[in-house]
Design a protein around this ligand. Structure first.
Ligand code: SF4
Length: 462
């Protein structure tokens, strides 16, 4: 697998990154206005954090309560230990019910599981119905943002894509593009056998699932087909409906700057006798896939995330390299913690370094997750377990060799001071070899005499 640096290098400065920067800036401006217009936001953030941390501390109890409540209203629950078990359950269910066409609403969890691949390998047609996800699917691309999958695409590219793939005349008018997508999707909703959705929040007390979207596709996916399968990350619970409303207060404001997303759907069980809408069957697949391991480890706080995307929008690294450079389902600051924690720190050891630790993510996070501290913890762990990237381990080892031997350290400072005298301005404009990456965009301060040395010289002179 290529490294973060290699992926980032090939993306920086490209038109998709320019498009993504505009979108991310717009989202973060909208968030700032929404927060300013809502004085209780700080209090709500504290409450949302307390709810999420309390739920995580009692997750086994709330999961059991959720499963009982959902089964009590006629739903089916399946606990999947990993991606294979989750995908297998959905594939077997689809086979058993003679499913041919499946419509999907947006779900990062299904991206994490590669559920579409598993279903398509069994000959089923899977249609993404969120506009952004549909564009990603038609373009054979990957999402670059957790709430706006095509933040890296311009409307001109989308117009060309629709012309090519959907056989419609070219247009880059957003309203017309939306109309084209709606016309394309409507008959597919009406003929689909199964709808698959994600879950934003699950309520333990009532067995309800809450799905938040800005397009009507979520409602059609979960109510038009005869079977609804909801994929739920095991951590995405709250105890009660009242707790859910607190999360909703901070979610949309942090994500898009809206007071509430356009469609906030709360579903409790399948269609009951006499009800006009809804599926005959509702299956909720509760997916662990590494979450228990994260909960038991030092990065457990990241499971409080409500996937608003605010930390991506303000992150200077994400804004510069885009979402694909992170190489995983979850980009940006949240992904830099979550991906190595969920999967393999060895394989993803460069992601905790994909941050300047400026703290902007902590500043905006609606549940106040201390991402900079979690990133530092993971860096620490990767150094201790020797899984960190070579380019970081070697210089750190050399520094440790000098810093733990006073004689070597003083010699290094003296050499630095001599070298520093060569740069009259006090700044180094160009470094050779790997150092060139630093000086390409900024100057480096030339080494100066240590404070200790200057103190000695001053006292000697007085
Ligand atoms: S870590 Fe916080 S800011 Fe980032 S996506 Fe999760 S909830 Fe939103």
């Amino acid at each position: 697998m290529t490294s973060f640096l290699e992926r980032a290098r090939s993306d920086i400065g490209t038109p998709p990154i320019a498009a993504l920067q505009i979108g991310a800036r717009r989202f973060s401006d909208h968030r700032a206005h929404a927060v300013e217009a809502f004085p209780p936001m700080d209090d709500m953030r504290d409450r949302a954090r307390a709810i999420r941390l309390h739920t995580l501390a009692n997750l086994d109890r709330y999961l059991a309560q959720f499963a009982d409540a959902l089964e009590g209203v006629g739903g089916h629950v399946f606990f999947a230990a990993d991606a294979h078990e989750a995908n297998e359950y959905v594939v077997q269910l689809a086979h058993a019910r003679n499913v041919e066409r499946i419509v999907k609403s947006k779900s990062m969890l299904t991206e994490e599981l590669h559920l579409n691949d598993a279903l398509e390998a069994e000959g089923m047609e899977v249609v993404e119905t969120d506009l952004g996800e549909l564009i990603v699917q038609l373009a054979n691309d990957r999402p670059s943002h957790i709430i706006a999958p095509v933040l890296h695409k311009t409307r001109f590219e989308i117009g060309t894509l629709f012309e090519e793939k959907l056989g419609v005349p070219y247009t880059d008018d957003p309203i017309q593009l939306n109309t084209i997508a709606r016309r394309h999707l409507r008959p597919l909703f009406l003929t689909a056998d199964m709808g698959i959705s994600g879950v934003n929040i699950a309520v333990a007390q009532t067995g309800s699932i809450c799905i938040v979207t800005n397009e009507g596709n979520g409602r059609l996916t979960t109510t038009a087909p005869r079977i609804h399968v909801a994929m739920l990350g095991a951590e995405r619970l709250v105890p009660s409906i009242g707790d859910m409303s607190v999360i909703l207060e901070v979610l949309a404001r942090s994500a898009t700057g809206q007071k509430l997303s356009v469609y906030t759907n709360v579903l409790t069980g399948p269609r009951r006798p006499g009800e006009p809408d809804g599926p005959d069957e509702l299956h909720v697949v509760i997916v662990d896939n590494g979450r228990s391991k994260v909960l038991a480890g030092p990065s457990s706080e990241i499971l409080a995330c409500i996937r608003c995307g605010a930390c991506l929008n303000v992150c200077p690294v994400y804004r510069t390299v885009g979402g694909h450079a992170y190489g995983s389902t979850y980009p940006g600051p949240v992904g830099s913690v979550l991906t190595p924690a969920l999967f393999d720190l060895d394989e993803w050891s460069d992601l905790p370094y994909a941050s300047t630790l400026c703290g902007a993510c902590l500043e905006v996070c609606p549940v106040r997750i201390d991402i900079p501290r979690l990133l530092l913890d993971q860096r620490n762990l990767s150094v201790q377990t020797r899984t960190g990237p070579m380019w970081m381990r070697r210089p750190l080892r050399a520094y440790a060799g000098a810093a733990t031997h006073p004689g070597r350290f003083r010699a290094l400072l003296r050499a630095g001071a001599v070298i520093g005298r060569l740069f009259r301005t006090g700044w180094i404009r160009r470094l050779p070899w790997r150092g060139a990456a630093w000086t390409r965009g900024r100057d480096l301060q030339a080494p100066v005499k240590s404070f200790h040395r200057r103190w000695k010289e001053r006292n000697r002179g007085s």
